[in-house]
Design a protein around this ligand. Sequence first.
Ligand SMILES: *[C@@H]1O[C@H](CO)[C@@H](O)[C@H](O)[C@H]1NC(C)=O
Ligand SMILES: *[C@@H]1O[C@H](CO)[C@@H](O)[C@H](O)[C@H]1NC(C)=O
Ligand SMILES: *[C@@H]1O[C@H](CO)[C@@H](O)[C@H](O)[C@H]1NC(C)=O
Ligand SMILES: *[C@@H]1O[C@H](CO)[C@@H](O)[C@H](O)[C@H]1NC(C)=O
Ligand SMILES: *[C@@H]1O[C@H](CO)[C@@H](O)[C@H](O)[C@H]1NC(C)=O
Length: 532
Amino acid sequence: MMLASCFLAVLAVLAGAVEDPDIGYSLLFETAPEEFSRQCVDVSPQSKPFPTWASGDFIIPSIGVVSMGDRTMVGLLDPFGKMQRFEMKGSTVCAAYRIMATGFYNASKALNTVAPSLLFYETDPPRDCPMYNPMCNMMPHVNTFKVGSKMLSITDAPSMLEIRTLQVLKKHQFDADRMEETLPYAGSAHPVNHPVTGDWIDFVGNANLLTGGAQVNFFHLSGDNPTFRHSLGNLTFDHPPYMHSFGVTEHYLVLPRMPVELNILDILYRPLSAAFKDLKMSAPGIDNAFVLLPLDGSGKVIRAYLPLNDMLYYVHTVNAYENATDIVIDLTTSSHNPFASHALTLPSNKDKAMRDTFSPEVVKRFVIPLQEGQPVVASVISDPRTSTDFTKINPRLAGKKHCFFWAVENKHDGESYASIAIVKYDLCYGSPAKHWFRQSWYPSEATMIPSPEPSAAEDDGLLVFTALDGAADQSYLVTVDAQTFVVKSQITANSKQQQNNNNTKTTTQQQQQHTNKTTTTTTTTTRTTKRA
Ligand SMILES: *[C@@H]1O[C@H](CO)[C@@H](O)[C@H](O)[C@H]1NC(C)=O
Ligand SMILES: *[C@@H]1O[C@H](CO)[C@@H](O)[C@H](O)[C@H]1NC(C)=O
Ligand SMILES: *[C@@H]1O[C@H](CO)[C@@H](O)[C@H](O)[C@H]1NC(C)=O
Ligand SMILES: *[C@@H]1O[C@H](CO)[C@@H](O)[C@H](O)[C@H]1NC(C)=O
Ligand SMILES: *[C@@H]1O[C@H](CO)[C@@H](O)[C@H](O)[C@H]1NC(C)=O
C-alpha cells in the first residue's frame, strides 16, 4: 500500500514534469532557421485593408540560431539573431525572414563552432577563447532606427550595424569626432529623438583605466549628416555607469543612473554578465540618482539623489517630459540589478519553475523637481502583480506629456511568467487597463502606429505585433485597434510558398515544424521600429 502510493506519487510528479502548462513557450528560445525573401498574404476578405497611414514595414528581431557545431548559447541575448520584416500595404502583408549575417555569424559558421566574441554568458561547453581583442564583436542587435536614408541597427556596444533590406551591410563608421576615446565601452541601446528638432540623441561611455571611472560623451545626429556626431556635452563618473535607455525632453537629457557599475576589466576578460556589479552605497549619492543635462550647452547639470530604500534598477524608458517646475520620466523598474539576473539565460527561460520566480518589472513614474535638493517623487503606474516591460507610447508624444502607454505584460494571470498579454494603461482619464490575451499565445513587443488625422485622439491608431500560438507552433502578425483593442487582422506567412525553399523535401520533422513559424522573443532588449 505504502509502496503503491509512493509509486503513484512518483508517476504524478513525472506527469507534472512532462506536461508543460505553458504550451510551446520554450519554442521562443530554440533555433528557428527558416528564411525566405518575400511571401505575400492577402488579408481580405476576412479583414479590411490596412489604413493608408499604416502602410510600412514592421521589423522585429528574434532568436535565429542557438547552437553552432558542438556549442550552444546560454545567454538569452547571445544567439545569432534573425530579422522578420512585414511590409503592410493595402490588403497585403509581405513577410521576409533573414538570419542576420553578421561577421560573428559568418565566422561561427565557417569555424562550425561559436566564434570568439563578446558574449553575455559563456557557451555550453565553454569556448577556448583567445585573450586578444575580446571586444571585437557584438551582441545580437537590439534596435533598428532610421537616420536620413539609412536604417541603423545597434546594440549596447558602441559600434552600429547598418542594415538594408535585411542584409547586414557593415559596421557604421562615424567621421573623426571626439566621441570615442581610447576605451569606449557602451552606448545606449535606445537612442531618442529630440521632441522639437527630431535629431537622434545618444552617448558613448569611455572608460578611464587610470581612475577606474568613466566619461560619458553625449551627442546628436541629424539626418542630413548621419556620420557626424555633434557634442552635447559630457559627464564624468567615478564608476562607469550603464544606461540601457534614457529620456529626452525639450530642454534636458534625463539620465537615470542605477547603482550598478560596468566593470571594464571584467568586460575585457569575462562574459558580459559578470561585468554588471552592484555598487555598495552608504549614503544617497550620484550612484543612485537622476542627472539632468541641459541641452542649451550651459553645463548647469541638476543632480537628484534617490533614497537608499529606492534603488533605481531599470531597463526601459517609457517617456520623459517637462513642465515649468518638474521633469517626469516613466521607467520599467525592478527590485534587483536586471543585468545580473538568471532571467537573461536561455535555460532559465525554458524552465517553468525558474522563470516563474523572475523578479517582476513594474513601471514607475518619477517626478524630478528642477530645483536641486527637492525630493524625487516615485509612484507605481502598472499592475504590480504582473511584470510589465517593452512599453510604447504614441510616438508623436515622445518628449511630451502622454496619457496612454502600451506594454507586454508577463504574469498576466498573476503567477505564470509565460502568461503574456498586451496591455494598455490610461494615466489621465481613469479608465481601466485593457488587454489582448489568449491562453498559450505569446505576443512580441507591439508597435503603435498613430492615426495622422489632426483630430485623432492620442490612442487612435493601430497596434502591430507578432504572436506565437504555442499549441500549433504557428506565428501570426496581429493588428489591433490601439484604442478599443478590437482585433483588425491576423495573418500567418503562407507556408505553401515555402515550396520554393528547396530544403523542404529533406527536412527533418523538427525542421518541418519550424517552417511555419516566426519565433518571436521578448528579451529584455528586443525592440522593433515602424518605418513609415
Ligand atoms: C556574411 O556572409 C554573407 C554571405 O556570404 C555576406 O553577404 C555578408 O556580408 C557577410 N557579413 C559580414 C559582416 O561580412
Ligand atoms: C567635456 O566637457 C568639458 C566642459 O564641461 C569640456 O571642456 C570638454 O572639452 C568636453 N570634452 C569632450 C570630449 O567633449
Ligand atoms: C509639473 O508636473 C508635475 C508632475 O505632474 C506637477 O506636480 C507640477 O504641479 C507641474 N508643474 C506645473 C507648473 O504645472
Ligand atoms: C531550387 O530549386 C530550383 C528548381 O529545382 C533550382 O532551379 C534552384 O537552383 C534551387 N535553388 C537552390 C538555392 O538550390
Ligand atoms: C505547416 O504547414 C504545412 C503545409 O501547409 C502543414 O501541412 C503543417 O501541418 C503545418 N505545420 C504546423 C505545425 O502547423
